[in-house]
Design a binder for this molecule. Structure first.
Ligand code: SF4
Ligand code: SF4
Ligand code: SF4
Ligand code: FES
Length: 984
């Protein structure tokens, strides 16, 4: 609603309820503001934004505009207050901009000095009695430069919600504190970088910037101190104006050599996007600001995990196996060999004796080309990607019930839920930025949280209700709760009548799932199950988030279906704050499947069986397509062992470590007649290849990724491909053309134009519509309208209605027994991604987590004489590994947990070949082992500098009221002592 007010003597129209500072910034008023940040809200520590409202001094950041307000930003009182406040800031910060790595045009302290035309400061700069802290490998804190704005505290407490930072305002010399006063290195800091990103000056700075960003900043400390003394010596005579002119000239020179390029994170499926600052090939820093998903947020990997790009281990020449050894080869020779062998094998044993595996780390365009190569050039549907290892059951559960195989809304919709239920997902570690939004809503806005998991991870610790069902029993308690809701009049009958088919058959199918049966099967009490049911029934909107703890089971599809059934019965679809959110693991695992890297679907989940669909693609591609479903990843390995599959082309996929039952997989790969592996490093999988092709990582190419929110985003080329390597799409095209394809894509945008022309789901997607930070969430209509929230008008079935899917009971595979007496769970951890091929090449991450380990409960540790650091051998029915134990109460009783980040002791040497019955996703989470305690005892596998040993200090934010209570505090410009802003 618009209304009127007076601004500096002029009547203006403005939006009611807007923050005054936002109005002032929007209308171009020059009002200083140091602590205010649009994504953090008013912090109220700096006092520089003082203006007069109706004759009274107030902080503009903490004031809401209202009709008739009379605002004076330039009155002598306001001006004096602003200057006094900023003078206090300069008392805490030495202006040595010319030799400062933060002098890049965006330093708030520098820019405010200039805006206020400060020539001399009244309050002299005084050092604080603390040393700078360099104990974190990624950033440093310099208390002497810290202006105590509290932005970092606010970001850590209320955006990241890691709750590490605070300021003890009562101290004689306040500073930012980690865990109340330890070093950064030994604190609970998870190195997410939020604090560094929002710091308005150089007090918190990326280590990679220090000595690298400026022309004069690489000087040794003594020389630097001398330079600073010179600069300070000039100030009394010439004033800051002259000094700033020099620093601005230096800053302008930097623009010619520092590039800022937008990219999308290469790690998890959250889809954070940010600018990467580079100087030649040096990555200076990652700066998140306006990503549609993440804003200022990142996790350790997105913010600091990029050293791998310049690793000396990068593959820079093709390799050909000869006489059991690899030798370097030219691109021509390697590509010719690949084409020749593919032709030979196809002619001899037919197109279905070849198989193709796409990468969920690579772009949509690359997956599209790979499946086009398989189908249109070679003539087989033997095409898959690693969603087979994790996400296919979730997709199946949603296909069965609501129609689209993607998250039903956006992360913003999760934030709006009254209740979030997280099942089988270690969200804070596997999808860190998405978890921050749940943590915020829970901490600040009263959202309720239920967590069901085998481990008491961070989200479980935070939950209002944490339940620990017996392994592989989720489908039972989910169905029992749904049945209870139906039986007790707690279902949303109106919603069911209007929008859902199949209620009667479904009800019959869940009859066996009584509360008593579920309690006994799952090891939960009937009271707990009823509590879950009532929390769901009472919540204003329920979102269910799940991941591999659900999907990687022999009944993964059924458990995913049970989740969607529960949401349907309770009417939790079709509006914000509701829905199903299978959290996609890799950055582009959603996109790889979306773009046809599957054995049964063409791009956009268009069925190979549908003659009309096939005809459209045949027409577009000018070929005849194979119509029978191809082999999935799991079936490919079996087919190799059966002698049916002879050749494979795989890119960006570490199948030998990541597929289940590694011994069987490795054995299969070694039996292939011809195997081409394309990667940026010589991966474990490359060991089995006949030809290895050096590819480029995401920073060296253009394209698009699709995140867990179905959000398609562009990545721009940050660096040239490392010499000798090539972007995957170019390599795939080169191979296709050697096989006679005659493709001529010169840029990924041309590939996307073709995708959009053939795929209704993406009709309106174009590079123009995705420019910069713009994004689209599929389905995208031809006019560019996308759907951040699915099913707002109907479900994705012909009659527009959802379908309750009948549930049946089955037993888990690979159960524990007297010999294999321990249940082994496995998954990701925050610092490393997956097997660690990228993250082990980041020194700082290696420092935090040098190796894998097995988590052992205190009970089992005591029973078997184990301590953290004890070496143990884990033996399953399929293999064995040797690892160090970490004793922790995150796991309970006879349950173990092993992170998957190891090439030396990969957990998949222990897992089986059992799969989800519908999708063939391996039942990774159904693994039993026995444990042999070895005599050696080493160091704890997690060093003391790991954040898990820290002690967070939760508080409401920066708690500025405590600053206002200091005896030496008064509102700037006020003669009246302590007055609180009237309009706050
Ligand atoms: S967790 Fe660490 S890096 Fe992240 S905001 Fe807090 S102190 Fe900063
Ligand atoms: S370290 Fe924190 S309190 Fe200090 S200037 Fe930076 S953001 Fe502000
Ligand atoms: S949360 Fe995921 S997408 Fe975001 S920075 Fe971390 S790894 Fe990257
Ligand atoms: S901007 Fe700092 S108090 Fe308003």
């Amino acid at each position: 609603m618009m209304t009127r007010m007076i601004l500096d003597g002029l009547a203006i129209e403005m939006k009611a309820d807007e923050r005054l500072i936002d109005l002032l910034l929007r209308t171009g008023s020059k009002v200083p503001h140091v602590c205010y940040h649009t994504q953090l809200g008013p912090i109220q520590t700096c006092d520089t934004c003082m203006v007069e409202v109706n004759g009274q001094l107030v902080r503009a950041c903490a004031t809401t505009v209202s009709a008739g307000m009379d605002v004076a930003t330039k009155s002598s009182r306001a001006d004096a207050a602003q200057r006094e406040a900023f003078d206090r800031i300069l008392g805490n910060h030495m202006l040595y901009c010319t030799v400062c790595d933060n002098n890049n045009g965006n330093c708030t302290v520098h820019n405010t000095t200039k805006m206020l035309a400060v020539e001399h400061q009244k309050i002299p700069f005084k050092t604080k009695p603390y040393e700078a802290d360099f104990t974190n490998p990624f950033y440093r804190y310099d208390p002497d430069q810290c202006i105590l704005c509290g932005r970092c505290v606010e970001a850590c407490q209320n955006v990241e919600v890691n709750e590490t930072l605070s300021i003890r305002w009562e101290d004689a010399h306040p500073r930012v504190l980690w865990d109340g006063g330890t070093t950064i290195g030994e604190s609970s800091c998870v190195s997410c970088g939020h604090c560094v990103t929002v710091c308005p000056c150089n007090a918190l700075m990326e280590t990679s910037m220090i000595g690298h960003a400026g022309f004069l900043t690489a000087l040794p400390k003594t020389a630097m101190d001398g330079m600073i003394d010179v600069i300070k010596g000039i100030e009394p005579d010439s004033g800051y104006g002259a000094i700033l002119k020099v620093s601005e000239a230096e800053s302008a020179m930097r623009e010619s050599r520092i590039r800022r390029t937008k990219t999308v994170c290469t790690y998890c499926g959250v889809g954070c996007s940010f600018d990467i600052w580079t100087k030649d090939r040096d990555i200076l820093k990652v700066e998140p600001s306006e990503g549609p998903t993440n804003g200022i947020s990142t996790c350790i990997k997105g913010k600091f995990g990029w050293d791998f790009v310049n690793s000396p281990d990068r593959l820079t020449t093709p390799l050909i196996r000869e006489g059991g050894k690899f030798r370097a080869a030219s691109w021509e020779e390697a590509l010719d060999l690949v084409a020749r062998r593919f032709v030979e094998i196809k002619e001899r044993t037919g197109p279905d004796s070849l198989a193709f595996i796409s990468s969920s780390k690579c772009t949509n365009e690359e997956s599209y080309l790979m499946q086009k190569l398989a189908r249109a050039v070679v003539g087989t549907n033997n095409m898959d990607n690693c969603s087979r290892y994790c996400q296919s059951p979730a997709t199946e559960g949603l296909f069965r019930t609501v129609g689209y195989g993607g998250d039903s809304g956006s992360i913003r919709d999760i934030e709006n839920a009254g209740l979030v239920i997280i099942i089988g997902s270690n969200t804070a570690e596997s999808h860190p930025v998405l978890a921050t939004r749940v943590k915020q809503a829970h901490k600040l806005r009263g959202q309720k949280l239920i967590v069901s998991d085998l481990r008491k991870h961070e989200m479980a610790e935070r939950a209002d209700l944490f339940v620990h069902p017996k392994p592989a029993t989720d489908v039972v308690w989910l169905s029992a709760v749904t049945r209870y809701l139906l039986k007790n009049g707690l279902a949303k009958t109106g919603f069911l009548n209007q929008w859902v088919n199949g209620l009667e058959d479904y009800q019959r199918s869940v009859e066996p799932f009584t509360m008593e049966f579920a309690a006994q099967t799952c090891g939960l009490s009937v009271e707990t199950l009823k509590q879950i049911a009532h929390m769901i029934a009472e919540a204003d909107g329920v979102c269910i988030l799940w991941a591999m703890g659900i999907t990687q089971h022999s009944m993964g599809s059924d458990a995913s279906t049970a989740i969607s059934n529960l949401l349907l019965v309770t009417g939790n679809y079709m509006r914000t704050g509701t829905g199903a959110y299978p959290l996609r693991g890799h950055n582009n695992v959603q996109g790889a499947s979306d773009h046809g890297a599957m054995p049964n679907f063409l791009p956009g989940y268009q069925s190979m069986d549908d003659p009309e669909v096939r005809a459209r693609f045949e027409n577009g591609w000018k070929v005849t397509l194979p119509s029978t479903k191809g082999l999935d990843n799991h079936e490919m390995i079996d087919a190799i062992h059966e002698g049916k599959l002879k050749a494979m082309y795989l890119f960006g996929e570490e199948i030998s470590l990541v597929d289940s039952n590694s011994n069987l997989v490795r054995d299969g790969l070694s039996k292939l007649e011809f195997f081409v592996a394309q990667d940026i490093f010589f991966s474990d999988t490359c060991r089995f290849a006949d030809v290895v092709l050096p590819a480029s990582p995401s920073l060296e190419k253009e394209g698009t990724f699709t995140s867990t929110e179905r959000r398609i985003q562009r990545l721009y080329q940050v660096l040239e491909p490392m010499e000798g390597s090539r972007p995957d799409w170019k390599i795939i095209q080169d191979i296709a053309n050697r096989l006679g394809a005659n493709w001529d894509y010169r840029h990924p945008s041309e590939i996307y134009r073709e995708i959009a022309s053939l795929t209704p789901l993406f009709t309106g997607v174009s590079y123009e519509r995705l420019e910069g930070y713009k994004s689209l969430q599929w389905p995208v209509a031809s006019d560019g309208t996308d759907e951040p929230m699915l099913y707002t008008k109907q479900f994705a079935f012909p009659d527009g209605k959802a379908r309750l899917f009948q549930i049946s009971l089955s037993k888990p595979t690979d159960p524990t027994d007297a010999e294999f007496d321990l249940h082994l769970n496995n998954g990701r951890m925050l610092e490393h991604f997956h097997e660690g091929n990228l993250t082990y090449r980041v020194d700082g991450i290696r420092e935090k987590v040098p190796d894998t380990f097995v988590e052992v409960s205190p009970e089992t540790a005591e029973e078997r004489g184990i301590q953290s650091g004890t070496w143990v051998q884990l033996i399953s029915r399929y293999g064995q590994v040797r690892v160090r134990a970490l004793v922790t109460n995150r796991v309970k009783g006879k349950e173990l947990y092993m992170p998957m980040n190891s090439a030396e002791s990969p957990v998949n040497l222990l897992t089986s070949s059992h799969t989800d019955r519908v999708t063939h996703t391996p039942a990774y989470k159904e693994t039993s082992v026995r444990m042999r305690v070895l005599p050696e005892i080493g160091e704890s596998p997690l060093p003391r500098v790991n954040s898990r040993f820290g002690h967070p200090t939760p508080q409401r934010g920066v708690e500025v009221e405590r600053k206002w209570k200091r005896p030496d505090y008064r509102i700037p410009g006020s003669e009246l002592g302590r007055i609180e802003p009237k309009y706050s």
